[in-house]
Design a protein around this ligand. Structure first.
Ligand code: ATP
Length: 369
């Protein structure tokens, strides 16, 4: 298996459009790296450059100790799994998986051993004699993966491999892919625009926007320490609440004011705001829906972290409830316990967990604390 290094990689298409700008990333052996971002952010272009399907305009791509910019795709020791599986309809599952090996003139017994092993890992042994049309979407997806596995590549590249599956199957296959990653101990680079897939699968996640890498971090760090408002808003569902505020100093306290409300910041966060010279300036307060509580224990003292809010919409999802409020013109979503008695029209007190507040520079949208 292999490590990869992308050094200052850029891609400009022949029409002059720069799809990837100065991309730097070191990927360790056996990592599961996710490229995530909205449509058009350059995820697939980056993946295709790694595969050798797209020329690298600038920069260096290393696989292990080899500079591979000019190495043919077939000689890069990489296997790619696409979203449309591209199985041959007239061939059985076995032949689909064996096809690439036959082209490489692998001995028949070796082919049989590799196909059987991969089929076992993917739990598709009983399907080996079937044609693709007699398979479900998820089974086809597994065969497509089997075709990559039998080649025993150093690196797997996957471009939205689950996007054609229905929601239930996507969850199943997500778990399958995690298992495959563990059993193959392979390096995987996986493109998705789905932040749930990114958070659940990745050992590290690369968030991209407009061809520029925004942040590289583990799922938990990305969720709890986003580097800017874009990452904060993109990762997490429902998304983080954003409230435009002004910073004021009130004695020793540092508060974020909006409308008639003011939220007192805890010491560590207040320090960063003061050090950054933000007193009197406009900032954006960010807080995730689960970091606002409606339970009495949190709102009992009616302190500087409590808002009076009227429920607009109540959404019951079984294990959790989302309450949607409008407070001083700001839409606020709160994730609460399903036992809540709050219903649309009720005005209740909600408390912000101030230790979980993020504060962003209003102009640059970069995280201050
Ligand atoms: P999606 O999630 O929609 O697949 P993506 O993040 O994978 O998006 P890319 O396919 O990498 O995005 O495309 C990045 C940008 O480059 C897009 O704006 C796209 O229109 C542009 N682009 C892609 N291929 C070409 C091309 N051959 N010529 C010019 N521009 C291109």
């Amino acid at each position: 298996m292999a490590s990869l290094s992308l050094k200052n990689i850029s891609k400009t298409y022949p029409n002059g459009f720069q799809a990837v700008k100065n991309f730097n990333l070191d990927i360790a052996d056996k990592e599961f790296i996710i490229f995530v971002g909205p449509s058009g952010c350059g995820k697939s272009t980056t993946l295709r450059m790694i595969a050798g399907l797209e020329e690298i305009t600038e920069g260096e791509l290393w696989i292990g100790n080899n500079l591979v910019n000019d190495v043919e795709p077939k000689d890069r020791d990489i296997a790619m799994v696409f979203q449309n599986y591209a199985l041959y309809p007239h061939m059985t599952v076995y032949d689909n998986m064996a096809f690439g090996l036959k082209l490489r003139k692998t001995p028949k017994e070796k082919i049989d051993q590799l196909v059987q092993e991969a089929a076992k890992i993917l739990d598709i042994v009983p399907l080996l004699d079937r044609k693709p049309k007699a398979l479900s979407g998820g089974q086809r997806q597994r065969v497509a993966m089997g075709r990559a596995i039998v080649r025993n590549p150093k690196v797997f590249l996957m471009d939205e491999p689950l996007s054609n599956l229905d929601a239930k199957l996507r969850v199943q296959m997500r778990i399958e892919i995690s298992k495959i990653h563990q059993s193959l101990e392979a390096t995987i680079i996986y493109v998705t625009h789905d932040q749930t897939e990114a958070l659940t699968l990745g050992t590290r996640i690369v968030v991209m926007k407009d061809g520029v890498m925004q942040q590289v971090a583990t799922p938990i760090d990305l969720y709890t320490k986003p580097c800017n408002m874009f990452v904060a808003g993109f990762i997490g569902s429902p998304q983080m609440n954003f409230i435009d505020c002004k910073v004021v100093k009130d004695g020793d306290d540092v508060k974020l004011e909006f409308g008639s409300h003011s939220i007192k910041l805890p010491e560590g966060k207040a320090e960063k705001i003061v050090e950054g010279g933000y007193i009197g300036k406009d900032v954006v307060l960010g807080i995730r829906p689960e970091d606002i509580k409606d339970e009495e224990i949190f709102v009992a003292d009616g302190g500087d972290n409590v808002l009076d809010a009227t429920v607009k919409v109540y959404e019951m999802l079984g294990a959790e409830v989302f309450l949607y409020f409008t407070v001083e013109g700001h839409d606020i979503t709160v994730r609460v316990n399903p036992r809540t008695t709050a219903r649309p029209g009720d005005t209740i007190k909600i408390a912000l967990d101030t230790s979980k507040i993020h504060v962003f520079d209003k102009e640059t949208e970069v995280t201050i604390t």
